[in-house]
Design a protein around this ligand. Structure first.
Ligand code: S3P
Length: 180
């Protein structure tokens, strides 16, 4: 396996993209393949606060969630061990998070159409931004507002529209120059 950034300042691989793009699933596959740990920022936030993402949004609010999320991203990227970092879809919203990602990770944007993402997420009840609204509308709106931010931090964009996460992981591995 080769990785141009192995051990260097951009030692991690971070996956970004909208909800449902497969960041955690593809991240798990990449972690297995590269023998690196998978770190998931939503899970870190939940572990740090003892609350689910939905509970945090409903209680302390989205702004508080974003502060926890940034803190957890910073901790994940500070690890010396090269890791696969699966992020929450809104990680790119703060300048600080974008700067950390650019500095410490090779950033892969998993891009898929809002209709694909909505179909994949189905009736998911764990994602507060989708609650009580049409998922295609929400995801289309998020895509419109966030694409510029994903594009700003991404080193590579990988099509994640297809149904098989193994294919997506293969594509990511190929663009990273990993050989199996
Ligand atoms: C969010 C995405 C979620 C989670 C939270 C907010 C967003 O993560 O962080 O519900 O703003 O897009 P996933 O992208 O892993 O679903």
């Amino acid at each position: 396996m080769t990785d141009l950034d192995e051990g260097g300042p951009r030692r991690h691989v971070a996956l970004i993209g909208l909800m449902g793009s497969g960041k955690t699933t593809v991240g798990r596959l990449l972690a297995e393949r590269s023998h690196r740990p998978l770190v998931d920022t939503d899970s870190l936030v939940e572990a740090a606060t003892g609350q689910s993402v939905a509970e945090l949004f409903g209680g302390e609010g989205e702004a508080a969630f974003r502060r926890y999320e940034l803190d957890c991203l910073a901790r994940a990227l500070a690890r010396s061990e090269p890791s696969i970092v699966a992020t929450g879809g809104g990680i790119v919203l703060t300048d600080a998070a974008r700067n950390l990602l650019r500095r410490d990770a090779t950033v892969v944007w998993l891009r898929a159409a809002p209709s694909t993402l909505a179909a994949r997420l189905g009736d998911d009840i764990t994602r507060p931004l989708l609650a009580d609204r049409d998922p295609v509308d929400v995801l289309t709106d998020l895509e419109t507002r966030r694409s510029v931010l994903y594009d700003e931090v991404a080193d590579v964009v990988v099509d994640a529209d297809g149904p098989d996460p193994v294919d997506v992981a293969d594509r990511v591995a190929a663009v990273l120059g990993w050989t199996s």
